[in-house]
Design a protein around this ligand. Structure first.
Ligand code: FAD
Length: 461
């Protein structure tokens, strides 16, 4: 007999598993299909293992600074095999945790690929037909393959290959200076690899505030990462000696470098093929699932969330979209203010970078009365005490003090950003955040001080 559900979710990444659990919480009978790894890219070959490697990298790069704190150690190096194994363990632990949560919420997990075979029907790889009132497509994305830079898993790596590789390359050329490229540059450089980082646009993290991105490039250069901006990389040769990459800058000046590996991180493409979407009439646009503000496609019983829709490819965006789609299906939508302008984008290298909303350049171009304030971490006692006084907080407001963007580079930036996101989202004027008591000594005091910039009363500068 055909199994029937209220909701079927295709894909158990941070979009799909959150949608499934939220659906169950709202009383739906839910099935989630997953063809490879519960937790999706994020938990298995994305956010989680990369952050684990970053924390090991920070320990290794921090070992040299221990003497400055009066700590004597016999640090004799590291074993990259164990470092890597630890990152796989973190991924596995969290994936198991998601299985537990699905089970606890009564969600049926079907560990097979699914294909949509009707507006309310999904067929599994083994041929079972499942039906539901509504279907959510949350099948995520995969690394983009660029002609001439195709990953071969041996010398030319995608982010998947890099995260699964148990050996540390001696030298690497990273093509793509976005968040993933910068994080890998930091990780591999910290473990002693010789790293070149090539970015086609004017600065690293192309969507970030230019001043923040320039500060990151400077910090990377200090670590001896060779940063090439406004430059294009081509593979000239692959042989036993390694891979020879030609890096050509905007003026046409070219340089060749031979490295053990090349890592290509130039973007991702949505997984929307072989899902039966076109057959049931779901409209796609440039490979993405086209949806309305409730993540509903033109076929009313089919929704799309996460990396398959044209919104920022981030885990927290996928999860939020999953919640909102399910709440709409349950008739509970419309209670939240729009979240899209308030999505924090975070980069977890050292120094960390976090930002949301408009950048300084775009704010000043759009609004001559926009105001920009900056407070350096060296003015915050905690930052100095812990030896992490590099970087600054930058806040952009309209003339009435509404926060329209914020950008932080420095220690714990990825945690500090949320106070400002909340203020912007809930329209709390910057003057109010400036007056709120912040504990001393904390890095959050730098955020408070920056907010005081609006009425020109920063104390520690
Ligand atoms: P995915 O996580 O891609 O999950 C989709 C799932 O669907 C997969 O498990 C797949 O196997 C399954 N699937 C596909 N087709 C089918 C089918 N036909 N039937 C059944 N199952 C199917 N984002 C952040 O916010 N913070 C970070 O720090 C961060 N770091 C990253 C680091 C790296 C190296 C990478 C690659 C990405 C990172 N991301 C980060 C991005 C983040 O991983 C994605 O935005 C997020 O995973 C998207 O979630 P999703 O649910 O849409 O899709």
């Amino acid at each position: 007999m055909e199994r029937t559900f209220d909701l079927i979710v295709l894909g158990a990444g941070p979009g799909g598993y959150v949608a499934a659990i939220r659906g169950a919480q709202l009383g739906m009978k839910v099935a989630v299909l997953e063809k490879k790894h519960v937790g999706g890219v994020c938990l298995n070959i994305g956010c989680i293992p990369s952050k684990n490697l970053i924390s090991s990298a920070a320990l290794v790069s921090g070992a040299g600074k221990l003497a400055g704190f009066g700590v004597r150690t016999d640090f004799t190096g590291f074993d990259y095999g164990s470092v890597h194994a630890q990152s796989r363990m973190a991924a596995e632990t969290l994936s198991k945790g998601i299985r537990y949560l699905l089970d606890k919420n009564g969600v049926t997990l079907v560990e097979e690929a699914g294909r949509i075979t009707g507006p309310r029907e999904v067929t599994t790889a083994s041929g079972e037909k499942l039906s539901a009132q509504n279907i959510i497509v949350a099948t995520g994305s995969r690394p983009r393959q660029i002609p001439g830079l195709e990953a071969d898993g041996e010398q030319i790596f995608s982010s998947d290959d890099m995260l699964l590789c148990k050996e540390l390359p001696k030298s690497i050329c990273i093509i793509g200076g976005g968040a993933i490229g910068c994080e890998f540059a930091y990780i591999l450089n910290s473990f002693g690899a010789s790293v070149s980082l090539v970015e086609m646009t004017e600065h690293l993290l192309p969507n970030e505030d230019a001043e923040v991105a320039k500060a990151l490039a400077m910090a990377f250069k200090k670590k001896k990462i060779s940063v090439h901006l406004k430059s294009k990389a081509e593979i000239v040769r692959k042989d036993d000696q390694g891979v020879t990459v030609k890096i050509t800058d905007v003026k046409g000046k070219a340089k060749e470098t031979t490295v053990e590996k090349v890592l290509v991180v130039t973007g991702r493409v949505p997984n929307t093929e072989d899902l039966g979407l076109e057959e049931v009439g779901v409209e796609l646009e440039k490979g993405f699932v086209k949806v309305n503000e409730y993540y509903q496609t033109n076929v009313p019983s089919i929704y799309g969330i996460g990396d398959v829709v044209p919104t920022p490819m981030l885990a927290h965006v996928a999860s939020k979209e999953g919640e909102l789609a399910v709440e709409y299906i349950a008739g509970k939508s419309g209670t939240e203010a729009p979240f899209v302008p308030y999505i924090p984008g975070c980069v977890y290298c050292e120094p960390q970078v976090a930002g949301f909303g408009v950048t300084e350049e775009s704010a000043l171009a759009q609004d001559s009365e926009a105001k920009v304030f900056k407070f350096p971490f060296k003015g915050a006692g905690k930052a100095v005490a812990i030896g992490k006084s590099e970087g600054f907080v930058k806040i952009i407001t309209d003339r009435d003090g509404q926060i329209v963007g914020a950008h932080i580079i420095g220690a714990d930036a990825t945690e500090l950003i949320h106070e400002l996101v909340l203020a912007a989202w809930k329209k709390i004027p910057v003057q109010e955040v400036a007056k709120m008591v912040h504990a001393h000594p904390t890095l959050s005091e730098a955020v408070m001080e920056c907010c005081r910039g609006y009425e020109d009363w920063m104390i520690h500068i």
